[in-house]
Design a protein around this ligand. Structure first.
Ligand code: PLP
Length: 448
């Protein structure tokens, strides 16, 4: 019998997952198309690797085991799996067609919706992936300002201009790498130190897990105004989650360009670039940004249904309320047990569990918690990515699982037996880095 969402006696059987992974590893580099979903993020030998289907907040793996999912497609499932209102909109559009030879009315309708719900939107374009629109935004900023360098903070996708700053940057010319630098969140000095006469754009995730302090986002706005730099918000995670209008609405800060994807179409591939009309006007001719599937209608139908559902129901409020219960519930259990080395942090709609190296190897601690949560029917990657479909029963159950699992972690930490209790390979570090790398711009090899 496959495992269910319950205090199972045994770890799930994952034979079908393992057989698929064996086939993939001889054919698909890294086995995955999305690093955060790949085998390295899951305890090998224990965690399921392939999922078959989902409904609401639950998924069933290819061996038939059921889990509550807290990764939610790494962000897109803002409402949940197979939500009728979105799926019916997709089905209805499917009856009429997917991709056409002329433009489709949904391109206009969804643009108008975006203008209504997101602050400061005068102009809208679509594409398919998050990195499509961050890359277009950076190119626009360069064209608009006539400058070249980009300062960034967060993860912005696989394209040359960004990934060149990371340690997985083979194949990118040095001249390209030398045009992008990072700054540290909440550290306005690190921004000021990095700005020079050639700075075209400051692009950042408005928040990841830390709150802005000392008016950091407003300070960035002021610096950009003063120096003629464009401020770009990468709202893949904050958009349609923190507030319906994203971080601009939540924090009351205006960005020049804003990039969305993930949550906007409940799982369909759509990304959105929007913002100032005078900047976006460059897309009329001088800045080239076109792609075959940009106006694909199933995704636009899904976006229309998702945004309308979000307007009519308090999706943002529910993500926040349920996420708060989970985050604070985790912290209360850890505190009760005297586990000062772990806590859940972040905004309620998306929190992360962190483990302090003073108590042991953080990756081993994370792996062990994952292993034990998986045994109890919770697909756990170290985050609470909340969706509207998570309900009170999910939250209650998850907290009851933490009540069992955190004491196990504590015992393993105290007895220094993490390696022994782990039944598979440890998870790898999450790729994204947000501070203290590639911070100081070098101009001709000299620090600016
Ligand atoms: C903040 C942020 N920006 C950009 C991207 C890139 O989006 P995509 O993977 O759709 O290209 C991601 C992806 O996770 C992201 O989290």
């Amino acid at each position: 019998m496959p495992n269910s969402v319950s205090l199972n006696q045994d770890y799930p059987l994952i034979h079908a997952s393992t057989a698929l992974l064996d086939r993939a590893e001889t054919l698909i580099p890294c086995a995955t198309q999305t690093l955060a979903k790949g085998p390295a993020q899951n305890v090998r030998g224990v965690a399921p690797v392939y999922v078959q289907r989902g409904k609401g907040s639950h998924v069933w793996d290819v061996d038939g085991n059921e889990f509550i999912d807290y990764t939610m497609g790494v962000g897109p499932l803002s409402l949940g799996y197979c939500v009728d209102v979105v799926d019916n909109a997709i089905r209805e559009q499917l009856n009429d067609g997917i991709t056409f030879s002329l433009m489709h009315p949904l391109e206009v309708e969804v643009a108008e919706l975006i203008r209504e719900v997101v602050p400061n939107v005068e102009s809208v374009r679509y594409s398919k992936t998050g990195c499509d629109v961050t890359t277009a935004a950076v190119r626009l900023a360069r064209a608009f300002t006539g400058k070249n360098t980009v300062l960034c903070c967060g993860y912005h996708g696989w394209h040359d201009w960004y990934i060149g700053v990371t340690d997985r940057n083979r194949g990118i010319p040095e001249v390209v790498k030398d045009l992008t630098y990072t700054f540290n969140y909440n550290d306005i000095e690190s921004v000021l130190n990095s700005i020079d006469d050639d700075t075209a754009a400051i692009i950042l995730e408005p928040v990841v897990f830390d709150e802005p302090t000392n008016g950091f986002l407003h300070a960035l706005r002021d610096v950009c105004d003063e120096k003629g730099i464009l401020l770009i918000f990468d709202e893949m995670w904050t958009g349609f989650r923190l507030a319906l209008g994203g971080a601009q609405e939540y924090f009351g800060v205006r960005a020049d360009l804003v990039c969305f994807s993930k949550a906007v179409a409940n799982g369909m591939p759509l990304s959105i670039l929007c913002g100032r009309a005078d900047v976006m006007a460059l897309l009329e001719h001088d800045v080239f940004f076109f792609t075959t599937f940009g106006g694909e209608a199933l995704s636009l139908a899904a976006a229309k249904a998702t945004i309308n559902f979000m307007r009519e129901n308090d999706v943002v409020g529910r993500l926040a309320a349920n996420g708060l219960r989970l985050r604070d519930g985790y912290n209360a259990i850890a505190e009760e047990l005297g586990m000062t080395y772990t806590r859940a942090k972040g905004f309620p709609c998306r929190s992360i569990m962190v483990f302090d190296a003073s108590a042991g190897n953080p990756l081993l601690m994370k792996s062990y918690v994952q292993q034990e949560m998986i045994k109890r029917g919770v697909l756990w990657g170290g985050f609470h990515n909340m969706s509207y479909a998570h309900d009170d029963a999910d939250i209650d159950y998850t907290l009851s699982a933490y009540r069992q699992v955190l004491p196990l972690l504590h015992a393993a930490v105290e007895s220094q037996s993490l390696e022994t209790v782990l039944r598979g390979d440890s998870v790898a570090a999450v790729f994204r880095k947000t501070s203290n790398f590639n911070t100081k711009p070098k101009r001709n090899g000299v620090s600016a």
